[in-house]
Design a protein around this ligand. Structure first.
Ligand code: NAD
Ligand code: TYD
Length: 332
């Protein structure tokens, strides 16, 4: 199978490409990534020598590039997006551009090609917050910040291309991911790396917001399952079954690193901060999916990874990592 993966130089995309290249030696992967501040070629250094892997530096909003790559593609897995809620609050424009318009360009070019599957990577955040119980795939969408609203737009646009044009779309909505290669602007890696550097841990509000956490390699297994067995036109929730308050996680990180809880710094809350996310993931369970890792051991492994790979995140935190390779791709 020839896969076009968008956003493969980011956190989940790079984990996914690594999984595909090791699990399916007969598959080839083209990674189309713009290398924004969040894209990092270091994430896939190990894949560079693999002749089944090709990196293309380009924007998903560029229909010429996308059209050309679609001709060489059997299936698309679309991760590329602006992803950080806090940034979307400061500057929503790039979120609308990439997450909504970029998704439109991909769908529109995919429609003119002959692909067998288009996996659209959505998020549990499109449902908004839930006080009790869990969202099913039938729950209505109620996004509350520019990131989740852009993702909800993209999610429904992808579905519309299935309904209207019979494009073979399948949608994943996963809960919060964590694990190696996550950008240190996000909660868990920010807290791990700040704790290592003896810097304060900025916990929003009262720290009692709740998220359901999934270890990224587990999510990638689920996406692999959707690629091969997911029903066209269907949405699948992918939860980790690990619901926790942010403050509990902060304390676990501090304990594991042998630091002191007075590092926790309660700061002004994020505007519109969703209180709780929770998914009912029975539907993907019917396809045979079980999240593999228990939260504590996966968090420990993640902490070990950030402790060992200080170069990786120090480069990012210091803003030095702007250098990258790969020339801008030109369509034939
Ligand atoms: P990330 O921010 O780490 O990576 C995003 C990647 O997309 C980067 O490599 C970036 O360079 C690339 N990109 C951005 N704009 C682009 C453009 N215009 N053209 C081409 N490439 C572009 O994100 P992530 O955490 O790996 O998330 C991947 C996907 O999974 C996103 O769609 C996100 O909404 C979704 N998701 C993430 C989580 C999570 O907890 N991280 C949870 C559920 C869903
Ligand atoms: P984040 O990793 O930004 O994911 P999302 O907001 O998309 O769920 O944040 C996870 C949780 O951690 C969320 O409730 C906000 C909180 N948080 C903090 O308390 N402090 C921080 O510095 C960050 C980045 C997040």
């Amino acid at each position: 199978m020839r896969l076009l993966v968008t956003g493969g130089s980011g956190f989940i995309g790079s984990n996914f490409i690594r999984l595909i290249l090791s699990k399916y030696p007969g598959y080839s992967v083209i990674n189309l990534d713009k290398l924004t501040y969040a894209g990092n070629p270091d994430n896939l250094k190990d894949a560079e020598s693999n002749r089944n892997y090709k990196f293309v530096k380009g924007d998903i909003c560029d229909s010429k590039i996308v059209r050309d790559l679609m001709k060489k593609t059997d299936a698309v897995v679309h991760f590329a997006a602006e992803t950080h809620v806090d940034r979307s609050i400061m500057d929503a424009g790039t979120f609308i551009q990439t997450d909504v318009y970029g998704t439109f360009v991909l769908l529109n070019e995919a429609r003119k090609s002959n692909i067998s599957k288009f996996i659209h990577i959505s998020t549990d955040e499109v449902y908004g917050s839930i006080e009790k119980g869990s969202f099913t795939e039938e729950s209505s969408l109620n996004p509350t910040n520019p990131y989740s609203a852009s993702k909800a737009g993209a999610d429904r646009l992808a579905y519309s291309y299935f309904k209207t044009f019979n494009l073979p779309v399948c949608i994943s909505r996963s809960s919060n991911n964590f694990g190696p290669y996550q950008h240190p602007e996000k909660f868990i890696p920010l807290f791990i790396t700040n704790a290592i550097e003896n810097k304060p841990l900025p916990l929003y509000g009262d720290g009692k917001n709740r998220r359901d956490w999934i270890y990224s390699p587990d999510n990638c297994r689920a996406i692999d399952l959707l690629l091969h067995k997911g029903k066209i036109g269907e949405v699948y929730n992918i939860g980790g079954g690990n619901e926790m308050e942010n403050i509990e996680i902060a304390k676990m990180i501090i304990k594991e690193l042998g630091k002191n809880e007075d590092m926790i710094n309660l700061v002004r809350d994020r505007p519109g901060h969703d209180k709780r996310y929770s998914l009912n993931s029975r539907k993907i369970g019917h396809l045979g999916f079980k999240p593999g890792r228990d939260f504590k051991s996966a968090l420990k492994e993640t902490i070990r990874w950030y402790t060992k790979n200080t170069q990786w995140w120090k480069k990012i935190k210091s803003g030095e990592y702007r250098r990258y390779y790969g020339r801008q791709y030109k369509a034939d």
